[in-house]
Design a protein around this ligand. Structure first.
Ligand SMILES: Cc1ncc(COP(=O)(O)O)c(C=O)c1O
Length: 449
């Protein structure tokens, strides 16, 4: 079996995510045969460094021996049992561990099986909490411009990336959008923290004016990944936590992309020293092995649902694969690797290496911004700070195409070339990616067509 054969078979039966399928008339898709560490290998034997961690899920490399063993051991013991009325060891142990490593008020774990469903569960729980507390009019969610929380209808409604959202607008529930404190938009000489403080009054006002009908404010802490890795200062989260408390509104922290060490701490909220009312985790929770998500919340929220059955106040949300035993066993081993291999400490050094390797790439005259938070580095392309390339030119795609010829899987977001690698990447591989990104940016910005 080679790439050509696999592509032909694929294109006759598949419909790929986030893809205009007609592009594949000229843009080859790459069928992967195997993976090992940061490397993926196709059916022709070409290898690629997975610089985007396969949509930000992979933490410890492909076919990681510890994770594969945990998965295999669990498969021989119990693959799945429904979680309503039943339980099992991996889900209990994982929940205990999650409670021990997250901010201290988060004492309850509710599982779903992907990021978007986790967001939906958190939104429903927040709304339902207010209903159970005798406040049925709190159906509004406040969100930030440029936010992304997934693509099921509820998650899409609280997102704000036009590309994904606009088509479905008539299907979406009401939300209010507040300008994000995106440090890219700060004035020259202004610090990200000062800019975040300058942005906050709009959020304060929006919460204050709508508190009685608002269930929650939902944010991606520190990095808006899908919106092109736009970053903001932790002070915004501290101010937001205070404002939510002052006005009696929930705070939902969507750490689906930034949780599990991406930003330099195990969870991004730690950098603002805050505890959300709902923390939603997915992606890295199983280090890229299996779909799983969890909504963590406080005892205060939990108690609002704890009642006699006849009062119909229970949270009846469910998914068939809730708390899947295989996924939980791998998630538990993921946390073991964090503990045993001192990952957060190691990542500080890797983040430094990323900085050293990529800051020279930022010298390119068409790189209009270079930003980094922990293990995420982004380079924004344009002709000037106020002049991003028109999206129709698909400059980032040219970087992607070049990278494939140079053993690298870079998949830019529009004009933003970013690196968000598995944590097992080594210095040589980081250097290689920087060289490839630099070459790709040269090619992508060479002309103005
Ligand atoms: C911040 C954030 N929230 C939610 C999601 C949705 O997760 P999923 O793709 O698993 O539905 C994503 C996915 O990229 C994300 O980045």
């Amino acid at each position: 079996m080679n790439n050509e054969e696999m592509k032909a078979r694929d294109l006759s039966v598949l419909w790929h995510p986030c893809t205009q399928m007609k592009d594949h008339e000229w843009l080859p898709m790459v069928p992967m045969k195997s993976g090992r560490g940061v490397w993926l290998e196709d059916f022709d034997g070409n290898q690629y460094i997975d610089a985007v961690s396969s949509w930000w899920v992979n933490l410890f490399g492909h076919a990681n021996p510890r994770l594969s063993k945990a998965l295999s051991d669990q498969a021989h013991q119990l693959e799945h049992a429904m979680l309503a009325g039943f339980s099992h060891q991996p889900v209990i142990e994982l929940s205990e561990r999650l409670v021990s490593v997250t901010p201290k008020s988060l004492t309850r774990c509710f599982y779903a099986d992907n990021g978007s469903s986790g967001i939906e569960a958190a939104m429903k729980m927040s709304y339902h909490y207010w209903l159970n507390r005798g406040q049925p009019h709190r159906s509004l969610f406040i969100t930030l411009s440029g936010s992304y929380h997934g693509e099921t209808l509820g998650a899409l409604a609280v997102g704000n990336v036009a590309l994904y959202r606009d088509t479905y607008q008539p299907l979406l529930i009401e939300t209010l959008t507040v300008t994000a404190p995106d440090a890219f938009n700060r004035e020259e000489g202004e610090s990200p923290a000062d800019y975040a403080r300058r942005c906050f009054p709009e959020m304060e006002r929006t919460i204050a004016e709508n508190a009685k009908r608002t269930a929650a404010v939902i944010v991606e802490p520190l990095v808006q990944c899908a919106n092109g890795m736009r970053m903001y200062d932790p002070v915004y989260l501290s101010l937001l936590r205070e404002a939510c408390d002052r006005h009696g509104v929930h705070l939902i922290a969507d750490e689906i992309a930034v949780g599990f060490g991406r930003t330099g701490t195990l969870f991004a909220c730690e950098q603002a020293n805050i505890c959300p009312d709902f923390l939603v985790l997915s992606k890295g929770i199983t280090a890229g092995y299996l779909p799983l998500s969890v909504v963590m919340t406080s005892d205060e929220i939990y108690q609002a649902f704890y009642d006699d059955y006849e009062n119909l106040s229970a949270f009846l949300h469910s998914h068939s694969y809730t708390g899947n035993a295989l996924a939980c066993a791998v998630a538990l081993e993921t946390l073991n690797i964090f503990r045993d291999d001192d990952i957060i400490e190691q990542n500080l050094k890797k983040a430094q290496k990323l900085h050293e390797a990529f800051s020279p790439v930022a010298e390119h005259s068409n790189v209009i911004d270079f930003r980094q938070t922990g293990m995420i580095v982004a380079l924004e392309l344009g002709e000037g700070r106020q002049q991003p390339y028109p999206w129709q030119q698909r400059r980032g795609l040219r970087v992607y195409q070049h990278a494939l010829t140079r053993q690298s899987l870079l998949r830019p977001l529009g004009n933003v070339v970013y690196i968000m690698p598995p944590y097992v990447i080594n210095d040589d591989e980081i250097e290689h990616l920087a060289t490839v990104a630099s070459e790709g940016i040269d090619i992508a910005t060479r002309d103005n067509d």
